[in-house]
Design a binder for this molecule. Structure first.
Ligand code: SF4
Length: 323
């Protein structure tokens, strides 16, 4: 047996069962696609999406090919339906759209809506609200701030707890951005509990995100390289990459198969492939096919119980407030 063959024979890869598009994004893409088809059949103006429907350039290009434009402000709409994305939106923006005669298709993910109602519940209980999430501009954060009329503090790490000036007796209510890293949320809550006497936390991180990170930690530890298929704009994609780096893995962060080159895998024996909640299945499949063509063999798991349908059912249960 020649040496080169033996080395090649050891090269394997595994694909995450939890990787890729989530229930809320899938629901939003299907809703907009259906609406665009109906508008085209009836020769009505095509819908426009207020903000990026998903954090994924390839998906946005596909929508544009159907004639669905992404607009930054409602006044750019051409008279068709205006779509609110899965991230949610400030309710005041939605009211203004309706007052100005636009028909609105609100595709806010029900899990994000659940986060809004929990935040309002905490406020009704007289608590100061802390939202654990990114400090970078993000539509979900803006939407949740809008729901709370801006009466909320956003923290992205346990260190920022030191900068809160409330009295230690102030009742605190905590929620989290649905796509934020649950470990960071936990660290923030622990620190808040040390600073304040009365802290009530509603866990609002999406189960789909928790499962993606959990599977990466469990299955990815056997790989030397983790490939994250994601747009750079996806918070979830960046968290997957950061988690893999903390596990001391080589991380290859790519939008699609075009960005994966053989030299990136020169030192690699075992690969774990995962993908963000906004990455569509064909983009993952193309990457997997390229890895196969480069000579890696897929390690199939016998009990791949987390099918897409089961993940969707779990998300629907979370949105309905059921375990
Ligand atoms: S809350 Fe979860 S299911 Fe909903 S859009 Fe965000 S990641 Fe997807």
């Amino acid at each position: 047996m020649n040496m080169d063959y033996r080395i090649r024979a050891k090269r394997t890869f595994e694909v995450a069962a939890t990787g890729g598009v989530c229930w809320g994004v899938d629901r939003a893409i299907k809703g907009v696609t259906k609406l665009a088809q109906l508008a085209a059949e009836r020769r009505n103006p095509l819908p426009a999406v207020l903000g990026r429907l998903v954090h994924n350039d390839n998906s946005i290009k596909k929508l544009r090919a159907m004639g669905v434009n992404t607009i930054a402000e409602a006044r750019e709409a051409n008279g068709g339906v205006v779509v609110v994305t899965a991230h949610g939106r400030d309710p005041k923006d939605i009211s203004i759209l309706k007052q100005n005669g636009f028909t609105v298709l609100d595709m806010t993910c029900p899990i994000v809506k659940d986060q809004h109602s929990r935040a309002l519940m905490l406020r009704e209980l007289g608590r100061k609200i802390i939202l654990v999430g990114t400090l970078e501009p993000h539509p979900e954060i803006e939407g949740t701030k809008g729901v709370l009329n801006g009466d909320v503090i956003v923290l992205d790490s346990p260190f920022s707890v030191d900068f809160i000036t409330f009295n230690p007796n102030t009742p605190i209510g905590v929620i989290a951005q649905t796509t934020f890293d649950p470990e960071i949320v936990h660290e923030v809550v622990v620190k808040l509990k040390k600073r304040f006497r009365d802290v009530l936390y509603f866990p609002t991180v999406c189960n789909d995100i928790v499962l993606k990170l959990q599977e990466l930690r469990e299955r990815g530890r056997m790989a030397d390289t983790v490939i994250v298929v994601s747009d750079q704009g996806s918070a979830n994609g960046r968290h997957l990459a950061e988690t893999a780096r903390r596990m001391a893995k080589t991380v290859i962060f790519i939008l699609d198969h075009h960005e994966l080159t053989p030299d990136m895998l020169l030192e690699t024996r075992r690969i774990f492939v995962t993908a963000a909640a906004s990455t569509l299945d064909p983009d993952i499949e193309d990457v997997v096919q390229k890895i196969r063509n480069l000579g890696w063999k897929e390690r199939k798991r016998k009990n791949k119980i987390l099918t897409k349908e089961k993940r969707a059912q779990a998300s629907a249960r979370q949105a309905a407030g059921r375990p």
